[in-house]
Design a protein around this ligand. Sequence first.
Ligand code: ADP
Ligand code: MG
Length: 699
Amino acid sequence: MEKSIPELFGSLVFTDKIMRDMLPKDMYKALRKTIDNNTHLELDVANAVAVAMKEWAVENGATHFTHWFQPMTGYTAEKHDSFICPIDKGEVIMDFSGKELVKGEPDASSFPSGGIRATFEARGYTAWDPTSPAFIKDGTLYIPTAFCSYSGEALDKKTPLLRSMDAISREAVKVLKLLGKTDVTNVLTTVGPEQEYFLIDIDDYAKRKDLIFTGRTLLGAPAPKGQEMDDHYFGNLRTRVAAFMHDLDVELWKLGIPAKTKHNEVAPCQHELAPVFDTTNVAVDHNQLTMEIMKKVAEKHGFACLLHEKPFAGINGSGKHNNWSLTTNTGENLLNPGKTPGENTQFLIFLSAVIKAVDEYADLLRLSVASAGNDHRLGANEAPPAIISMFLGDELTAVCEAIEKDEYFGKVENVQMETGAKVLPHFAKDTTDRNRTSPFAFTGNKFEFRSLGSSVSIAGPNIMLNTAVAESLSFFYEVLKDKDPERMDEAVHKLVKDTIIKHKRVIFNGNGYTEEWVKEAEARGLFNLKSTPDAMGALIAEKNKKMFIKHGIYTETELQSRYEIRIENYTKTLHIEALTLKDMIQKQFAPALMGYIDDLTQSALSKKELGIEEAAETQKDLIKRLAGLYDKVVKTTVNLSVDVMKAESMEPDIDQARFYHDTVLADMEEIRKYADEAEPLIPEGYLPYPTYEQILFYV
Ligand code: ADP
Ligand code: MG
């Protein structure tokens, strides 16, 4: 019999319930303590968990286990070991120890480690993260782990994420205590990432070297139809796509990923999937898995799933919306406006902490979403601009203005003040979702960071966000900690007011796509970091370094290594794009174009021989036009080759990245301009790869 969905959901996950059922009571309790309070895990507990895990995994068809980790490539990595252990007489048993569960030693030398590789031993180890559940995929037990060097430097994205979650929890708990909330011992950040993607036919994909090597098309004239009719967004699903989405949901559900919403997006062939939110590190793991499983399920259905931020020029690219909030261990959402004045004050404190964080660390938030792929989206009138501002909505903005003018709390200087604030409305969802152009929007009881690219690991943006808000809260704590508890309300109100006045420049409710906003943002002193090389410096800027080190998120070495890796990743990406374009022009586009020119010429000449003038003359005009474009394409490709050679001879640093951006990318765009002008003039059948029209408008 088919499993019902509740039975199916999480059937491949080693859940809390299974652990409770399988583990001895004291062992389960000890494990829960480790998970909930972040305490050290004893070896006997690890052994007990390992036994239960193996039993469950083998029962469910697993033969191998892997420590699953997230190196700084932004992808996930795994190395599989089987459970088999030879015993006497050529027999084996299935074995798995606490030691194997807790610690693994993959060879770290092939993963990017930036400065760390130069300074430290290349070896690394993986350490079990018991806060994210293990699961079975393709016959292997996957154990989520953090990846560190032997000297303890984080070599991955999970370690700093967990550190940032600790930091924000620590600081939030301190502030809540001052507000009289003493029962809160832990504050979790929660994330619900909405994921956009494209699905195209796998045969089309296989014919395009640019999609295969770079994830995006480097050439391609627009189809006669694009997205101008707005007929794809929320439109009917194609039968094939619907079947894919159903299969995808089932695969995700089995892994305990609560896939919830699916629909067509704005561009043709573009779709979206959103899960129900979860604790940040679980959400990060789940999003990585979602991206991987999307690709696999797509293949089964004869599709290629494109996660690149800009697979096709001229139509929308793909992003990811990072819905983010703060929840206490007592189950309260701290970004939910309350029903009582006390709750409102608490809400306003956390709201102002986020405002301050986004204003002061906008450069880091921008950096966290910067990539060669996302550079094609940000500021391109389809995604938020590169300027990080915040949208609060009309009602909440009015509340902030009232606070500024002392109309909300009453005069703060007045010692006899009433402590009661006006009751805040529960903001209706529709009032907050109006502005799609804002990079960072308040949406009722959470913030939605919308600048993320579709392929990025959401770990980075959440590390920045958590740490920046932790820093605001730490500052708030310092301001409030010595205040008379009797007069705490007054102090809090003053703090909220001061914060709003100081940081309101980052609040912008208008249209982020306009040129006026760019000017105004400049006048307000906001960052406008247009490209990845522009944004890169934020990672090692003094103020940011100070914050990371203070909260124990990154050491100086770890920051430096990430800076180097980011630069390297950017230049390598552009390098591969440049070589791919050159290859396609030389081996495919230029020969195809010349083939057509030759055929036309033959045809015109034979007409001439017969004395037919008319068609021969128009053919001659076309030949001239095409020959001119051929010349330009070939000459600009020569320029590209020369500039790529120049780039290769440079030191691998930020100047090289800038050169790739300013020169190599510009060369590529020039080639494309001429090639795309010629493409629509070339009859079907000459080009060895499918055009936009064929890829995007299949049936
Ligand atoms: P949309 O943005 O498309 O209108 P929703 O606002 O309903 O959709 O939800 C978008 C995402 O936000 C979902 O993944 C949802 O689970 C998530 N979300 C809702 N509440 C929270 C929260 N408190 N913390 C984090 N994410 C949340
Ligand atoms: Mg949304």
